[in-house]
Write a protein that binds this ligand. Structure first.
Ligand SMILES: Cc1ncc(COP(=O)(O)O)c(C=O)c1O
Length: 392
């Protein structure tokens, strides 16, 4: 079949593709340990179901306003003011979308186009590259170093800047590495971007899954930040609500309006019942307790998966400070990057353990394992991995 030039180079999300394959193998009767997905295993908070059902029963089932119901935009604004040092207090700067993924797409499509370059630090979340390319801009990968904990510096960014650089993605804590940017680096990067008129799109979806207990530094913590900065977050990870499809972007109202106009011509708005669920959770007095409970369990799983995978010959796994993944390096640091796609395939076929190879994140030679699965699944997966690497 012949498709348009819009999608001719498009590949499906590598992570979703592997998860789908693992599910299919399971349906065929194989025993599968799925460490590939990017979602926590917890049930949605009860207050979400109540908030959503109450709104539906009250007949609030019409088209939502494109940028989101006022209740939700206000709850998001209050949540951000309560959890960051310098969040804007005007809900006009908030766009609600069907997940951070849609917010990112709307922003990229509104800001970047042919001839523009967008810096993407690697390892990166698999969709950044595809979204920039869909906007017909050019992704420029900025390499970071495993031995430095994948830390990003202004020097690394400056080395890849050209006159065409228009944007920069930040993702702290990072998917897949779990790396967290410290406050000072974040401030330095924001002022560097401001000096050069570069838009910073900061994907902060794992911000509350930072295992020192405090939220990871946000661009909304940066005082006197330049205007060209957008923060994104949502309900999928820290609130364990990925299926509800609620995310948001916070930025200059003029940009938010343009991204909302784009949304009005594509999906209209995020689903109404989901918006009421999110508003109920964000405004509830149990909000911080729910996050803290999830984080405590995730921290325990992080530590136990990390210690199970220590000392494996040929697989180095650092303890990530944030997010929900272990990102391990295959082979020694001096050798050429391993063909991690082949390793992931062999692992899946021979042991039934599904994980995502580093190729999906712009860094071949690594495997990403989701540690937010149930304890028994995690323990069984770690044992199979350990045995498989030992026998290799
Ligand atoms: C870094 C990152 N950003 C965004 C998303 C997508 O979030 P949402 O479910 O809000 O679309 C994910 C999901 O895996 C992610 O890992």
């Amino acid at each position: 079949m012949r498709f348009s030039s819009n999608v001719s180079a498009l590949k499906p999300s590598a992570t979703l593709a592997i998860t789908a394959r693992a599910r299919q193998m399971r349906a065929e009767g194989r025993s599968i340990i799925d460490l590939s997905a990017g979602e926590p295993s917890f049930a949605t908070p009860e207050v979400a179901a109540e908030g959503s059902a109450a709104a539906v029963r009250a007949g609030r089932t019409g088209y939502p306003p494109t940028p989101g119901f006022p209740e939700l935009r206000e709850s998001i604004t209050r949540y951000l003011v309560e959890t960051s040092a310098h969040a804007p207090e005007d809900p006009a700067g908030v766009l609600v979308s069907a997940g951070v993924k849609q917010a990112l797409f709307n922003l990229c499509f509104s800001l970047f186009g042919e001839g523009d370059e967008v810096l993407i630090p690697a390892p990166f979340w698999t969709s950044y590259l595809a979204i920039v390319e869909l906007a017909r801009a050019r992704p420029v990968v900025v390499e970071t170093d495993f031995d430095q904990g994948f830390a990003l510096s202004v020097d690394q960014l400056e080395a890849r800047r050209t006159d065409s650089t228009r944007g920069l993605f930040l993702n702290s804590p990072s998917n897949p590495s779990g790396a967290v940017m410290d406050q000072q680096t974040l401030e330095d990067v924001c002022s560097w971007a401001g000096e050069h008129g570069i838009w910073v799109l900061s994907d902060e979806i794992y911000r509350r899954l930072h295992y020192d207990g405090s939220p990871a530094p946000s661009v909304l913590d940066v005082r006197n930040r330049p205007e060209h900065i957008v923060a994104m977050d949502g309900m999928s990870k820290a609130f364990s609500m990925p299926g509800w499809r609620i995310g948001w972007a916070v930025g200059p109202p003029e940009l938010i309006k343009k991204a909302s106009d784009l949304q009005s011509q594509t999906t209209s708005a995020a689903a109404g019942p989901s918006q009421f669920a999110a508003a109920a959770v964000l405004a509830s007095e149990s909000r911080e307790r729910v996050i803290a409970e999830f984080r405590t369990i995730l921290d325990r799983r992080r530590q136990s998966a990390h210690s199970e995978l220590q000392g494996i010959e040929g697989f180095e796994v650092p303890l990530p400070p944030g997010a929900i993944y272990l990102y391990g390096r295959i082979g020694g640091g001096n050798s050429q990057a391993a063909d991690s796609a082949a390793v992931a395939e062999a692992l899946l076929q021979q042991t039934g353990v599904a994980c995502v190879p580093g190729e999906a994140f712009g860094t071949p030679g690594y495997l990403r394992l989701n540690f937010s699965v149930d304890d028994e699944v995690l323990a069984a997966g770690a044992e199979l991995l350990r045995d498989w690497f030992a026998a290799r």
